[in-house]
Design a protein around this ligand. Sequence first.
Ligand SMILES: *Cc1c(COP(=O)(O)O)cnc(C)c1O
Length: 493
Amino acid sequence: MTKSSSSSSSQELTAHAEIPRGDLPFELSAEQMRSMADTLAARVIAHVDSLEGQPARAPLADAVERSRALRDAEPAAPEHGRSLEAAVAPLFEDWVHQSFNTAGPGYMAYMPAGGLFVSALADFVAAALNRYTGVWNASPLLVQLEANVLQWLRQWMGFPPSARGLLVSGGSMAMLGAVVTAREHALGERLRDGVLYTSRAAHACVGKAARTAGVLPDRVRLVDVDDRSRLRVDSLARAIDADGARGLVPFMVVSTAGTVGCGAVDPLDEIATLCAERCLWHHVDAAYGGFFMLLPELRETLAGLERADSLTLDPHKGLFLPYGSGALLVRDGELLRAAHDWHGEYLPELPPADMYNPCQYGPELSRPFRGLRLWLALQVHGAARFREALAHKRELALWAADALRASGRFDLLAPPALSLFAYRLRSPAGDEHAIDGATRALIERVNRRGRALLSGDVLGGRYYGRLNVLSFRTQRRHVERCVEDLIEEAGAA
Ligand SMILES: *Cc1c(COP(=O)(O)O)cnc(C)c1O
């Protein structure tokens, strides 16, 4: 016994002696920590500071070859460590640039956000503190910060104090939580008969969440939209009645406040009324549009949102946070808890009822301290700054829409309801199929110029370009350049 333990410890000593100098022990000296943090801070600051001059999209022509080469270069985990600087140099100098520049001011594709620097620091702090925020008892005051943040979101959305919520990684996870909650509340044993309704313009995460939550694929109805991509309430009512008459159980409607395709806002108030009449759960996917509730001038556009049974929000869109910030709010917080609560004897005792205990409101137990990135951003910048920025992004979108219309070269699907709109080339000849192709090619040419990055979508069977001003970094000059590129390339079409 003595012999073997002494021989194993001498082996350990020999092994340590062989470790090359680049290897770092896990426990670092204060000096080492400072040096590492300085190294990364310098890299990050130089990168963020140069965003203005970076292309909106790197040429991705050899992306597959490059990815394969990187795969082959690292067939196994490194046995020994090397310096931090050596490890991150290619990340900052090469890899990160082979990408859509989602942090840059020219990013007007898909759903821009930017990524607030303060929130990046908050993530660093949260991970370094490494406190446990899955259960209230483990770090009550840090969990309370999350509860405070959720409270602020709740107030902004006009939800009652009975609401509870959860900070999740994004809108897709919020959607899953909503479908599970509605299912548990409304279906019970009748899961197989449950029917969920959404519109053809809804985000793909609705179907995905329905499937994950056990709603059968043939029980998801994609309701017609009008010529502005808004869910048609008459079609919805007919579909609900038809399913009810067949003995099925219509249980949930998912409407959208700001569709991905063109930023359309469904008639939320009418849908809320219909859902109340037919006893259906109304979830509003406000992943993109929700934070426009902060702007008094958009309250009418978003009217009815505050009546929803549950709500998806994506702070990594409308609040400019780094990716990984979604939120679910449920009007009757007890129902969110009822759908997710499960107690293990190894866990600490449940806290007093008025304390927020995250693990009772979602599927996660261990989780990152998500609230800090939102809390710190609001502490440092203040809510007024967010309102002002959102109003400004909307103004820029309105300006761009007017400029494209005034050029005479574009047809708009609709004026921007929020900060996003869809357009296609105008052609007197009117061959719609040819215009689809020409618009697609136009977007590609604008993207190749590298000043802006745009994307498109098929709406009502026709291809449209999209322009979404949502990054806090996007200023007037960036939108002007983008519009200039669009008009010039349209002239070349
Ligand atoms: C972004 C978005 C989603 C999906 O959210 P993720 O954060 O990407 O998971 C869902 N619905 C809408 C309307 C969105 O804009």
